[in-house]
Design a protein around this ligand. Structure first.
Ligand code: URA
Length: 481
């Protein structure tokens, strides 16, 4: 019997060198033995034929699949893994395609063990729980973990990538891994009592686990295969498992007896029947209330899909002054009323300065649904395009017919386009009454949001004064008219 003593349980380089030499020497699998640690010492002193290859000659190529398999197989805890590896290597010389024969008992046994190793590595990624400590250099995170197979060195680079800015150590009975923020190093086996036992983060894990646990979905077998019992003792949240499982039946009964939760509103809206455009064209609103209801069912353009609701005009049906903005903003969309957000507050203050009573004014928008795009938790305003403005003119035209104001004040280019039916040059055309072919009288000015966006305080002051001056003209005109 030839006995090779390897430097460690996972000494793949040592195994490769020795196994290649033995194969070249023609040492049959039954006569080769690989040992490590104490078994190795006993073998050396027990009178067995010592060690590695006597000669090393000749090239010997093996398929990459074998090297990959063996590199993982060596991490398995089964004591006979070295023999299996050497048996495969031995056979490869005469059976170069052996690794592809999945039905072969040696190949199948190797594949099964590689799967176990990969699963152990995956579980390590999922179940390592760091606890906070401090040492001379400050904060350090330490975890105790007992992997099913010897996957520490294989898996530690994952933690170095994931927690690259933390200083951490993972202690296992096979060895330890340490990351100092720059280098990953490995050391001798650790002990559980070297790792902190409990910290506040445990509460977080327990709360998180309890909140994600759905008693109605309880499948104990599946749960145990995902979170095998062997890992429970080092998982803070595992302390809850028995209690949660025990109370699952009662909690499910309670859930079943509770009233159903409300359906997702947006989903409901998307499923709502699309109102036939021809039908709504025929439906001429006889008053503003009917118009308001019609706007809620409007499908003339796609903007309704992402908006909370349509925002109609507000104010007396006989208002002498109609003010038209661009479209509802974030706050208007939620409140269902025009000009209640930041631009609305600026407008309110300017109206007061100009001596206009908002309550006597009909305030509306060119477009009735909030056009926006999500950015994180925010909904960012997007300017409606000409098609959307045109589609929504149907409602604005009806508002104009129903209210019949003496003057329409259009705030900004979009409102100007909707009211005049052409793109206006706001700065050049502002402040003078424009007579439209339909017999309406229109005054153009800037939009209050434009004033909010001006970065220069002096420019803001100047533009605000010009805005108030335009409002005064609107007031004077409606009094005179
Ligand atoms: N901007 C508008 O144009 N209209 C509103 O209703 C709010 C902000």
């Amino acid at each position: 019997m030839r006995t090779v003593v390897l430097a460690s349980e996972t000494d793949f380089e040592g195994w490769k060198t020795a196994a290649r030499g033995l194969r070249l020497e023609g040492v049959e699998p039954a006569r080769a033995r690989f040992v490590t640690g104490e078994a190795g010492q006993a073998a050396l002193f027990g009178g067995e034929e010592a060690g590695g290859p006597q000669q090393e000659a000749g090239a010997f190529a093996v398929p990459r699949a074998f090297v990959e398999t063996a590199g993982n197989l060596i991490l398995h805890r089964a004591a006979d893994r070295f023999d299996l590896m050497y048996r495969l290597l031995w056979r490869l010389r005469d059976e170069p395609d052996l690794m592809r024969v999945v039905s072969d008992p040696d190949v199948a046994a190797a594949a099964e063990r590689v799967k176990n190793v990969s699963r152990a590595s995956h579980k390590m990624k999922a179940f390592v729980r760091f606890r906070e400590t401090t040492d001379a250099d400050g904060e350090r995170w330490v975890a105790w973990f007992e992997p099913a197979h010897r996957v520490l060195e294989k898996t530690a680079p994952f933690f170095a990538r994931r927690f690259s800015t933390m200083r951490w150590s993972i202690l296992t009975p096979d060895g330890t891994a340490h990351w100092d923020g720059q280098f990953l190093t490995f050391g001798p086996p650790g002990r559980q009592d070297e790792a902190p036992q409990e910290d506040e983060v445990e509460d977080f894990w327990r709360t998180y686990y309890a909140s994600t646990f759905n008693p109605a979905r309880l499948r104990t077998k599946m749960m145990q295969s995902e979170m095998p019992k062997r890992y429970w003792k080092n998982l803070p949240e595992a302390a809850l498992i028995q209690e949660l499982v025990a109370s699952a039946v009662v909690r499910t009964d309670v859930m079943v007896s509770e009233p159903a939760t409300l359906p997702n509103e947006r989903f409901q809206r998307l499923r709502a029947p699309v109102i036939d455009r021809a039908a709504t064209d025929e439906m001429v609103p006889s008053d503003l209330a009917e118009l308001g209801r019609g706007v809620q069912g409007c499908r003339r353009c796609p903007l309704w899909r992402d908006a909370t609701q349509g925002v109609c005009g507000q104010g007396p049906a006989q208002a002498r002054l109609m003010i038209v903005g661009e479209q509802p903003g974030d706050q208007e969309d939620l409140a269902g009323a025009p000009f209640v957000g930041p631009a609305g507050r600026l407008l309110d203050a300017a109206l007061v300065e100009a001596g206009i009573d908002r309550a006597e004014t009909y305030l509306t928008n060119a477009v009735k649904h909030f056009k926006h795009e999500p950015r994180g938790k925010q909904r960012l305003h997007k300017t409606p395009n000409a098609g959307e403005v045109q589609a929504c003119r149907w409602w604005l035209d009806h508002e104009r017919k129903l209210v019949r104001p003496r003057l329409i004040l259009a705030l900004g280019a979009t409102a100007g386009l909707a009211v005049l039916g052409r793109k206006p040059a706001v700065q050049a055309e502002r402040g003078v009454v424009i007579d439209t072919p339909e017999g309406d009288r229109v005054l153009l000015t800037v939009h209050p949001a434009y004033l909010l966006r001006l970065p220069d305080p002096e420019a803001r002051r100047r533009e605000r004064a010009a805005f108030v001056a335009d409002l005064r003209k609107a007031k004077d005109d409606t009094i005179r008219a």
